[in-house]
Write a protein that binds this ligand. Structure first.
Ligand code: ADP
Length: 545
């Protein structure tokens, strides 16, 4: 009785053809350095076909890696589809990495062609001598002549498209063929390559449309602020194109005021980005002057969303922030925090407590947590363990990296995140294994302390790091950024008093320092590695001399 269903490959070509057949009238809007660009999915599809011919002309063959070095905009979206649907591999390069890292990953992935935003050319010019495999550079700008640059050989994107044939027949692909590659930000050692198959992106795109997941749909106007160079902007552009959502791309316009302006003018309904971004936008909205009434949902994750942020957005502007968790290794979405229907009658306090967690596994993802002996921890909301995940869009190895096998031992991805899982199946990230503060043989969650401190009305941002301690091994240090209007007016005592009734005494930070800004990673997360370096020689009170 087996095998009576068609063997239909789950490829991105299906997503593209669906968009083309159904949603030709829907709009894609980009804010570029020279102003706004608008066109429809019908225009988009025609250009993707031309672009497929361009790739062929540049010698790109099946399986070749093609790099993109760009902000979020419609040309980047064209590359998302043309590269993958011709059978080549979309390599989105993080523009904010150090130049040495950029050169490393371009060489490691062996990109043959590199598409870049003209405004980012100087970064590539600085490393071109180190690039071993790139045969063509393609400048994405408005004109049909390439910009002044030392990159060679260089082409103009628009000129190539204008010259290309408008017809292209997609080759037959296997769903397990590689479609994309993205490198992790590499907080330790070299960045590692994660290769996404067509099947992974297809299934992940479908999953994002679930109403208990993100609810990507034709009705939504979606603004992915999370960069297209970082895990395919959480997979949103693929999913949104598949179901014909209007997409709004900010290009390089990443200031909170600019994003608020875009939400207002394009009537964005669903936006996505890391929590630090929304902390910035909160500040802007508090001053007033923007109408963001169209926005009903913000998808946030990448680092813990402070509960106070959820509450503020909901109470002040009626915007629900959906907390999600994922990893580059997971295409990336793993869990989403949605209330179950019977929780809607719970108290507000209980509901916010659930929504501040990272959520439960989305259909397709399986998860568990284990203790140091490898035993599964109970789902009691108390016992911490390392989170393990598996599923059809989760990596089982890094690209050309045989040394990382233990990360994928036993058929699970070992996430390096310490979590509790409650009886309803909601995970809560206690910390990254390496960020936990190990005090006297017990763990203190830096994340819990940070989110609590950030709920203080005078605090903008806070990060907690471990400082070595002769007696306790490590003790927490809180690094706090006051809101601009409270600079110089916030004291250590105020912070400690605020935490006092929320934590056991031994959890309270040994010291609080006020700093101008928390260093951020290339994708806007708190960079604790840099913070730890900054405070490497810090002496806690009572330890002087
Ligand atoms: P991304 O930024 O897309 O989440 P990365 O691979 O850069 O992907 O980082 C993954 C790590 O980020 C996770 O292992 C986890 O430590 C952290 N992370 C992601 N989402 C959350 C979240 N909602 N809360 C806390 N930490 C998170």
């Amino acid at each position: 009785m087996q095998g009576l269903i068609m063997d239909y490959p789950l490829t991105i070509q299906h997503l593209l053809e669906r968009t083309h057949r159904l949603y030709g009238k829907k709009e894609i809007v980009s804010w570029l350095p020279n102003g706004f660009h608008r066109y429809t999915y019908a225009d988009f599809y025609r250009r993707v076909q031309r672009l497929a011919n361009v790739l062929q002309r540049l010698g790109v063959r099946k399986g070749d890696r093609v790099g993109t070095f760009a902000w979020n905009h419609y040309r980047h979206l064209e590359l998302y589809f043309a590269i993958t649907c011709t059978g080549a591999v979309l390599h989105t390069v993080n523009i904010r990495l150090f130049p040495e890292q950029i050169a490393y990953i371009l060489n490691h992935a062996e990109d043959t062609v590199l598409f870049f935003d003209e405004s980012l050319a100087s970064i590539l010019e600085g490393i071109q001598g180190e690039l071993k495999t790139v045969q063509h550079f393609v400048a994405m700008g408005e004109g049909t002549t390439p910009p002044e640059t030392s990159l060679r050989p260089v082409h103009s994107y628009e000129a190539l498209l204008a010259e290309a044939s408008p017809e292209y027949r997609w080759p037959r692909l296997d769903e397990y063929d590689a479609a994309g590659i993205c490198y992790t930000s590499g907080t330790t050692g070299h960045p590692k390559g994660v290769v996404y198959s067509h099947r992974a992106i297809f299934l992940h795109s479908l999953a994002l449309t679930g109403v208990d997941c993100i609810g990507v749909s034709e009705r939504e106007t979606i603004m992915p602020v999370v960069p297209m160079f970082h895990v395919n902007a959480w997979g949103l552009p693929f999913s949104a194109a598949m179901v014909g959502s209007k997409q709004v791309f900010p290009g390089p316009h990443m200031k909170p005021e600019e994003l608020a302006y875009l939400i207002q003018n394009e009537r964005v309904t669903l936006a996505a980005g890391v929590p630090t971004l929304w902390i910035g936008i909160q500040q802007v909205l508090e001053k007033g002057g923007y109408d963001v009434s169209s926005l009903h949902t913000i998808l946030s994750g990448g680092s813990a969303v402070p509960r106070s942020l959820l509450e503020t957005f909901e109470r002040r502007w009626g915007i629900q922030i959906i907390h999600a968790w994922g990893m580059t290794e997971m295409t990336p979405v793993g869990t989403v925090s949605r209330l179950k229907s019977y929780m809607h009658t719970w108290t507000e306090e209980e509901r916010f407590a659930v929504r501040a967690k990272q959520g439960f596994m989305v259909p397709g993802v399986e998860l568990t947590a284990i203790d140091e002996t490898g035993k599964e921890v109970p789902w009691d909301g108390k016992t911490p363990g390392e989170l393990l995940v598996r599923g059809p869009w989760i990596a089982r190895a890094y690209y050309k990296d045989p040394d990382s096998e233990e990360k994928f031992a036993g058929g699970w991805l070992h996430t390096g995140d310490v979590v509790t899982i409650d009886s309803e199946g909601y995970i809560q990230i206690v910390d990254r294994v390496k960020d936990l503060v190990k005090s006297g043989g017990e763990w203190i969650s830096s994340v819990d302390l940070e989110t609590a401190i950030m709920a203080h009305p005078k605090v903008l941002e806070a990060a907690v790091i471990a400082i070595p301690h002769p007696k306790w091994q490590e003790r927490p240090l809180a690094c706090v950024v006051p809101k601009p209007e409270y600079r110089g007016e916030l004291s250590k005592e105020e912070i400690l008093a605020f935490l006092q009734d929320k934590f056991a005494r031994w959890w309270l930070p040994d010291d609080v320092v006020f700093i101008a800004e928390i260093p951020k990673t290339s994708v806007g997360k708190f960079d604790k590695k840099v913070l730890r370096q900054q405070f490497a020689n810090y002496t806690l009170p009572g330890q002087e001399g």
